[in-house]
Ligand binder design. Structure first.
Ligand SMILES: Cc1ncc(COP(=O)(O)O)c(C=O)c1O
Length: 423
């Protein structure tokens, strides 16, 4: 069956034909490509095409698809029983490894998705501080828990407006939304409402409005202002955790948060995520403390097996410098091609992440990112897809390079971009 046939069938029984909205290709139009196989950096589609994958399942696949050791670890765990709903030795070992690799983790709780990790972190923050309000940043995505589906709109010192139907105004009114990279805005919010704020949550490198790195002093300033007002700092490292080194972005950059959320890479492609941090704060969680959190499949042994194998390989092989060099080549090459052909594109690259923003200069926050030419991105996306390159089907997502990519894959990317640019 072709992707088109599958999509037609899917739409009859799955809302929009997909189990997560961005997969529907709404922002680039056209028919979503159905995948049947992944191996290393390559995808095989239902239409029998082979594509070079620069989407990487949105982040987990830092080692590429179906890395042998990861698959073997998951299979070995599955053969011993898929789930017990009881404590297992594997999860102890995994929690110890996370606490060893992330210096700010005294304790960690395993969950099954990034959304769940964030939801738990926010509840811990409210339980630990006895406060109810939160600060987030426009354009940062933290999963689909109600309070995080709130965007800017009505000014900094008022509650945000909901960005999804079904989120109550009551929830939205508990969340202040500041522009990313705008420390002064957060200082103003904290100055006026500091005593009510349980936590400030931030992606240390914003990767859900395209790639927007923090400006110098932004994260350090958030650490200082939260400390001053007795609020917790939550670094949402669901994308950035283990992406820049075998630890968190916070640890690599000397930012010590109270809580950190992890997901994606730590599960090696399986549903696994975590929230970890300060012991006194983590001790608020049930059964030790009054903050409730639970999960039938939390710490699932198959997911932990895949995650453990992934983290061990990252720690032992340190593929990071090689991946960063490849991604640097890709970003610089695409910038050059765009410039040579008079295209208005600014490619932002950071280690293994990249975004070609279809605008003259790279954005520093969501308001500026929104000014991109999304139609031009869609045309680029389809030109690249036709040439065998699979990119994120949205201007506001990041591209991922993995340890399975090679110089040849980057050369193929740049050849495809040359073809696009000369049309
Ligand atoms: C920074 C960040 N936090 C949280 C999430 C939610 O994770 P999940 O999709 O596993 O629920 C995402 C997902 O992309 C994310 O990028």
């Amino acid at each position: 069956m072709t992707s088109q046939e599958l999509f037609t069938r899917a739409q009859r029984v799955i809302p929009g034909g997909v189990n997560s909205p961005v997969r529907a290709f709404k922002s680039v139009e056209g028919t979503p490509v159905f995948m049947v196989k992944g191996s290393g950096a390559l995808l095989t589609t239902a239409d029998g095409r082979e594509l070079i994958d620069f989407c990487g399942s949105w982040g987990p696949l830092i080692l590429g698809h179906a890395r042998r050791e990861v698959v073997e670890a998951a299979c070995a765990a599955a053969a011993d029983g898929m789930t017990f709903g009881a404590a297992t030795p594997r999860e102890v070992e995994f929690a110890e490894l996370l606490c060893e690799l992330v210096p700010s983790f005294n304790m960690v709780r395993l969950v099954s998705s990034g959304t769940e990790a964030v939801m738990t972190a926010l509840r811990i923050a409210r339980g630990a501080t006895g406060r109810r309000r939160l600060v987030k940043f426009a354009g940062c995505y933290h999963g689909h828990t109600d309070s995080m589906l709130v965007s800017a709109g009505s000014g900094l010192l008022t509650g945000g407006a909901t960005s999804s139907a079904g989120v109550s105004e009551g929830v939205a009114s508990e969340v202040f939304v500041a522009p990313y990279n705008d420390l002064a805005a957060v200082e103003r919010i904290m100055g006026a409402h500091g005593g009510e704020i349980a936590a400030v949550i931030v992606e240390p490198v914003a990767a859900n409005m395209g790639l927007v790195p923090p400006i110098p002093g932004f994260l350090e300033g958030l650490r200082a202002v939260t400390k001053k007002h007795g609020a917790l700092l939550i670094l949402d490292e669901v994308i950035t955790g283990f992406r820049f080194g075998p630890t968190t972005y916070g640890a690599l950059n000397g930012i010590v948060p109270d809580l950190t959320t992890l997901g994606k890479i730590i599960g090696g492609g399986m549903p696994l995520a975590a929230v970890g941090g300060r012991k006194d704060v983590m001790k608020c969680l049930a059964p030790l403390g009054p903050v409730y959190q639970a999960g039938t499949l939390s710490g699932n042994p198959v997911a932990v097996g895949a995650g453990m194998a992934t983290l061990r390989i990252l720690k032992e092989e340190n593929p990071y410098p090689r991946i960063a060099a490849l991604c640097g080549k890709l970003a610089a090459g695409l910038n050059r091609i765009a410039k040579d052909h008079g295209k208005s594109v600014s490619v932002v690259g950071l280690e293994s992440l990249f975004t070609p923003f279809f605008m003259a200069s790279a954005p520093a926050d969501y308001d500026s990112a929104k000014k991109c030419d999304t139609k031009a991105y869609a045309a680029f996306f389809h030109a690249m897809l036709n040439a065998g390159i699979y990119l994120p089907p949205s201007q506001f997502e990041v591209g991922f390079v993995s340890a399975a990519h090679t110089e040849e894959h980057v050369a193929s990317f740049l050849n495809a971009a040359e073809k696009w640019s000369s049309v």
